[in-house]
Design a protein around this ligand. Structure first.
Ligand SMILES: [Zn+2]
Length: 365
């Protein structure tokens, strides 16, 4: 155990050394043949790049900042990029986090995953982007938050974005898609959580018409899976439409790091890496099969108020079961809510304050 820990610490230190090594390349050696195009800027010792081609990188560990967009002050948005290029060629697995800027568990998943894997473990390449939505992260908000709060756009409805001629959010997304994400992935996992004030279990959205995406969904060892045709503008659907099998992996709650959930997600991704032959080892089967559904129904509050939720994540519910009670500011019952059909509880409100029209419970069947 101690040996493993020391090895992983060494790997991190070695990675720091190698990433510094990568930025020490003279300017004349950057360019498409070097695997990345540098802007010439260095941010806190890390090279700033405007495009990446991992196929042309040597084996090793690299850190970059990708210049994804501009602030209205003339300064830049830097998206951190981690690359572990294996000794042997193979599939390139892209893992992205915080497309929604307040969904943080996935950032720790990428950090912990990269600390556990070394280039000589890999047949292929692992690319991690722990913080896609920098404007949202800075504002503590799921949206792309424009200068002065001028724009509030869901970036996960904007992919693939625009190369030119768009607004700030679609240009930012387009930069990421066309110069970082699309051409460096054979497989992709986009890490999210439920929206602030609500919670998911470990849960996967997957388009089962793509057989590799279906395999990946099971390989992640989640509690629940939704067979999903995909939604236009999401990063997952942009990947699948480009012929790159991808899933959206939902990890608990926004705005915090939940270590149990993070550890389970790391284990699930390592399992998919074994399944897809990116690392060696036996593929783990789940102890409890995930609950798989095709449809879900949201139960929304009719009036604003404070809600008591009477079910927990993953509970079985029957149609008509009393699942929530809304009370007014005096604690008096306003309305009871009931399960719309049989199924399992996929999401619940954890913030008791609910506006009219807010989700209380989501039931998957
Ligand atoms: Zn999200």
């Amino acid at each position: 155990m101690l040996r493993k820990l020391l090895q992983s610490m060494f790997a991190v230190l070695l990675g720091q050394y190698l990433s510094l090594g990568s930025i020490a390349l003279p300017q004349s050696e950057t360019g498409p043949d070097a695997g990345y195009v540098a802007t010439g800027d260095v941010q806190a010792g890390i090279a700033v790049i405007r495009s990446l081609d991992v196929d042309n990188l040597p084996a090793g560990r690299f850190h970059f900042y990708f210049h994804a967009g501009w602030k209205a002050t003339g300064q830049k948005f830097y998206v951190p990029v981690m690359v572990l290029k294996g000794e042997k060629p193979g599939k390139r697995l892209m893992i992205t986090a915080a497309v929604h800027g307040d969904e943080l568990n996935g950032i720790a998943v990428i950090h912990q995953l990269f600390a556990q894997v070394a280039p000589n473990d890999l047949t292929g390449t692992l690319i991690g982007v722990p913080g896609i939505n920098q404007p949202g992260l800075q504002a503590g908000n799921r949206h792309y938050v424009g200068s002065g709060g001028s724009t509030m756009v869901d970036p996960n409805r904007q992919f693939p974005g625009k190369k030119t001629g768009g607004d700030a959010a679609s240009l930012y997304v387009g930069n990421l898609w066309y110069h970082l994400l699309k051409d460096n992935a054979d497989l992709a996992i986009d890490l999210h959580t439920q929206t602030r004030g609500t919670a998911y279990p470990l849960f996967v959205f997957a388009d089962f018409s793509n057989s590799t995406a279906q395999q990946m969904a099971y390989g992640l060892l989640p509690d629940m899976i939704k067979q999903d045709p995909g939604q236009k503008g999401t990063l997952e659907t942009a990947f699948v439409s480009a012929g790159i099998p991808a899933v959206t992996f939902e990890l608990g709650e926004a705005g915090r790091w939940q270590q149990t959930t993070i550890s389970r997600a790391v284990d699930g991704i390592l399992n998919v890496m074994r399944q897809q032959k990116v690392i060696a080892g036996p593929v783990v089967k789940p102890l409890v099969a995930p609950y798989v559904g095709k449809h879900y129904t949201n139960v929304y509050s009719r009036e604003g108020g404070m809600v008591h939720i009477h079910v927990a994540l993953k509970d079985s519910v029957k149609k008509g079961q009393h699942i929530a009670t809304m009370v007014d500011p005096f604690g008096q019952e306003v309305r009871r809510y009931f399960a719309p059909h049989d199924g399992r509880v996929l999401a619940v409100a954890i913030d008791p304050l609910r506006e009219a029209g807010a989700m209380l419970v989501r039931v998957l069947r």
